[in-house]
Design a protein around this ligand. Structure first.
Ligand code: TXA
Ligand code: MG
Length: 368
């Protein structure tokens, strides 16, 4: 299949009109949102939605989010909204929040993967909003990656995964938030975070009072996540990845990288600017470590995490050592993605000890 590529800023009206025409005609088009790129099709056309699953290689038991551009568009999609759902819509839409609500008959089974609920989100990205309005339908869209790869946050990463598989790609530049929307189930007695994301737990609690977090998000394989997509090993680079958490994470990571270098290992490092600076001072000239920094702070980490994970695949290190952050604010979302990327191979670095938090088979040099 030929894949059209539109640079939106060159001619926004024409690009959006053409892309919307393809969606209305039952084709699949990738588009930017404020979180990550989405792979969109007419959300009320089951045949069109099936093409999304085919392009991604997505398991059929993983439901899609319906994207809307105006609040009124949610009413035909649901059999009823409770007070929590309405409060979330009023406060956080448009923006990086997806709400799970009871579905209506109008929503095709393939969208909900047979569940009696449907996930709905109103993105704030102007290109996404314009596309939805021009297409004249809710747009079903998962992240625009091949299943199992990190979500794409720029059009080149979409093109790497989707050229030849979809009708078009709208290039609207880089996504500002960088991690997917927060998914909140509004149908449970206490609203529950099924996937942490751009709207933080603290923001939700301030608006709703008590909020729960799906206990399966800790990586316990005995628990089944309520968002089917959260059970898949996702976001993972090709090389094995190990994650240091805890108060001494930065220091222990630095020491481990120096030891890896001495052993002649080709190591990838994921850290912030401060640690990168320190490492570059300590490593000898001509070192082979691939040190990728996200910048400074959690917003930078969220924004750059997926592109850095994809960059590691381009330089093929033998292993990747990453540093964690605390779970406040955006920390909950980025740590969820980092832990998954590491396959839950996690070391806890505290004063006087490095212990295994989860996982097994860690290389010896990570400890001393
Ligand atoms: O930021 C985002 O949400 C991006 C952009 C494109 O909007 N979309 C995205 O979609 O991340 P996707 O399909 O990659 O992730 C949707 C998640 C999956 O984990 C899926 O299982 C869950 O939402 N989900 C969808 N419908 C659901 C439902 N009815 N009940 C529970 N979880 C649901
Ligand atoms: Mg996804």
């Amino acid at each position: 299949m030929e894949t059209k590529f539109w640079e939106v800023k060159k001619n926004p009206e024409a690009a959006i009109a053409e892309a919307a025409g393809l969606i209305a005609a039952g084709e699949v088009v990738a588009f930017p949102t404020e979180t990550v790129y989405g792979l969109g099709a007419d959300g009320l056309n089951g045949t069109a939605v099936a093409k999304i699953f085919a392009a991604k290689g997505r398991p059929a038991d993983n439901p899609l989010i319906l994207h809307i551009a105006d609040t009124e568009q949610i009413y035909p999609l649901t059999s009823g909204l409770n007070a929590n759902a309405r409060a979330l819509m009023d406060t956080f839409w448009p923006g990086p929040l997806t709400i799970v609500v009871p579905r209506s008959e109008l929503v095709p089974d393939i969208v909900t993967a047979g569940l009696d609920t449907v996930a709905v989100r109103m993105p704030s990205h102007p290109v996404a909003a314009a596309l939805i309005r021009a297409a004249g339908c809710p747009i079903a869209a998962p992240s625009a990656n091949v299943s199992g790869k990190p979500s794409p946050t720029n059009a080149q990463d979409v093109a790497d995964d989707m050229t030849g598989k979809v009708a078009g790609i709208l290039d609207g530049g880089s996504c500002g938030i960088g991690v997917e929307s927060t998914v909140v189930d509004t149908t449970s007695p206490v609203p529950t975070i099924l996937r942490p994301g751009g709207i933080t737990r603290e923001m939700l609690e301030e608006r709703l009072g008590a909020v729960e977090i799906d206990p399966a998000l800790n990586g316990d394989p005995a628990l089944r996540p309520k968002a089917p997509g959260m059970k898949y090993r996702h976001y993972a680079p090709k090389a094995p990845m190990y994650l240091y958490e805890g108060t001494l994470a930065a220091q222990r990571l630095t020491e481990a990288v120096l030891r890896a270098q001495k052993q002649g290992l080709h190591v990838g490092v994921l850290c912030d600017d401060t640690v990168k600076g320190r490492l570059e001072e300590s490593l000898r000239r001509g070192h082979t470590a691939e040190i990728f920094s996200w910048g400074q702070g959690k917003a930078d980490l969220a924004e750059h995490l997926y592109e850095l994970l994809r960059d590691f695949d381009r330089v093929s290190p033998e292993l990747i050592i990453a540093m964690g952050v605390d779970e406040k604010g955006l920390g909950l979302a980025v740590m969820n993605r980092l832990r998954k990327a590491a396959g839950y191979q996690i070391l806890q670095a505290e004063e006087g000890s490095i212990t295994v938090k989860s996982g097994s088979g860690f290389p010896e040099f990570l400890f001393s």
